[in-house]
Design a protein around this ligand. Structure first.
Ligand code: RIB
Length: 312
């Protein structure tokens, strides 16, 4: 079993509408299907790692509405440690209306709700348990100050950290994340962070290296259907995508990060963990929903063994 992973991050209730097309301004159209599920980038990453057998602890906040109980129950059902999941009175839980088009592509709105109340002090309250973790994972559906504080905490205590700068935060200060072990943006987040174009692999590498020039050590760029790019001081390596028919791409980036966290903490083999993460994320887009599309360890191993996913 891999070492314990902590996610200091968000949870949301996903309200997913599958549309035939997006409505125009002032237009009402009918959509064929709706699905509600547990989501939020932090929770998704925690769930992916837990479904793959990792020991996971969640540091997050829920509101005082009916969604909160469901979110906590979902964590517990999946064996996720909820001792640092706090309820905030007078606030809604995080909610995400999502629209998925026939191509599988999604558009997401987020209402942070209680996630906006996850403060540096909450990280300090969880400090004793965080010190026992092998990796701390964060995203940006929580206050930036909390992410900065957690990265500094990890550096102080020798615990590796991973920041997924999603959704993109134009005011994120690269100087305050230089101690992060892994920065994992997608292409558009990288463009916003670096202020550079990301059209093509060479440009993506240049943009990643511009962040490394500011002190960040390792950048892993997720490129959707094109795979991922690992950029380190030692060199750059492309991890090829696998060919699948997309049904719903929502949460694919989270599947990538959760599975990477699980396999990296088990083996400390960066290349092998990234290969698995690309495959795990690809599998997730062949099914509807976010956390519901994540395979368990048995399902994933059986799939990779019995019918290896063909390189794109
Ligand atoms: O990355 C996908 C997630 O983004 C969804 O689950 C939604 O809740 C938003 O946080």
């Amino acid at each position: 079993m891999s070492g314990k992973i902590a996610v200091v991050g968000s949870n949301m209730v996903d309200l997913i509408t599958y549309v035939t097309r997006m409505p125009g301004k002032g237009e009402t159209i009918e959509a064929p299907t709706f699905r509600m599920g547990c989501g939020g980038k932090g929770a998704n990453q925690a769930v992916a790692a837990a479904k793959l057998g990792a020991r996971v602890m969640m540091v997050t906040k829920v509101g005082d509405d009916i969604f909160a109980d469901n979110t906590i129950r979902n964590f517990r059902d999946l064996g996720i440690d909820t001792r640092h999941v706090q309820r905030v009175t007078g606030t809604s839980s995080g909610v995400a209306p999502i629209f998925v088009e026939p191509s599988g592509e999604n558009s997401i709105l987020i209402i942070k709700g209680a996630n906006a109340e996850l403060k540096p002090r909450d990280v300090d309250l969880a400090a004793d348990d965080l010190k026992g973790c092998e990796l701390i994972v964060m995203q940006l559906e929580i206050p930036l100050e909390t992410a900065y504080h957690t990265i500094a905490f990890g550096a102080r205590h020798g615990i590796p950290t991973l920041l997924n700068p999603a959704p993109a935060a134009p005011d994120l200060d690269p100087a305050r994340i230089t101690d992060v072990t892994f920065l994992v943006p997608n292409e558009s987040e990288l463009a916003i962070l670096s202020g550079l174009p990301v059209d093509g692999e060479k440009a993506i590498e240049t943009a990643a290296r511009s962040l490394m020039a500011k002190g960040i050590r390792t950048v892993i760029v997720t490129m959707g259907g094109k795979g991922a790019l690992l950029v380190t001081p030692q060199g750059t390596r492309k991890i090829d995508a696998v060919a699948v028919k997309p049904v719903d791409t929502t949460g694919a980036g989270d599947a990538f990060i959760g599975s990477f966290a699980r396999y990296f903490t088990e083996t400390h083999d960066l290349d092998a963990a990234l290969q698995k993460a690309v495959r795990y994320a690809a599998d997730s887009i062949t099914k509807p929903g976010t956390q519901t599309s994540y395979a368990t360890a048995d399902e994933f191993e059986a799939m990779v063994t019995c019918s290896p996913l063909a390189p794109r």
